[in-house]
Design a protein around this ligand. Sequence first.
Ligand SMILES: [Zn+2]
Length: 181
Amino acid sequence: MTHNPYAPPESSLENSYTPSSQPVWRKGKMVIMSPGAALPHCCVKCNATLPKPPKPRTLYWHHPLLYLLIFVQIVVYAIVAMIVRKKVSVAAGLCPAHRKRQLLGIALALGGLAGGFWLTASAFSNGQNLLGALGILLIVGGIFGGFLMARVVYAVRIDATEIRLRGFGKAFLDSLPEYPG
Ligand SMILES: [Zn+2]
């Protein structure tokens, strides 16, 4: 690309883009980027500038129809999913405030999990089946909640040309250009 002397000063873009020249777009609540692109070094929830560049994480995706295999055989599903899943490395960062909220959420989920185990064990040994069932619910909720809190952003589609992600905050999304497609 040749230099365009009439282009707006680059400094206004510096804050929202990493050196990657590949574009990152938003489409509704989704972020769309090409495989070589990098997210801006900002909190993906509130768009605050991060004190240091975020660490990349591997995100996985496979076609949602594959989940039907769980009903056939969960082991078969796990093996097939492992083989056909696509992965991408994404550095999505959180500001200190949002990191703190995330850690608190994980701690609450783990607390629920521990409480669930305790409740289940003590309720069933005393023949209180209803309370035991509540404990199991707490265990499932704790696992699910912890999983949701631990992931920052997640892939909703990965193919050879495009990566589609979700889990972003409005401020971050609003800082991105609208997807042209
Ligand atoms: Zn934030």
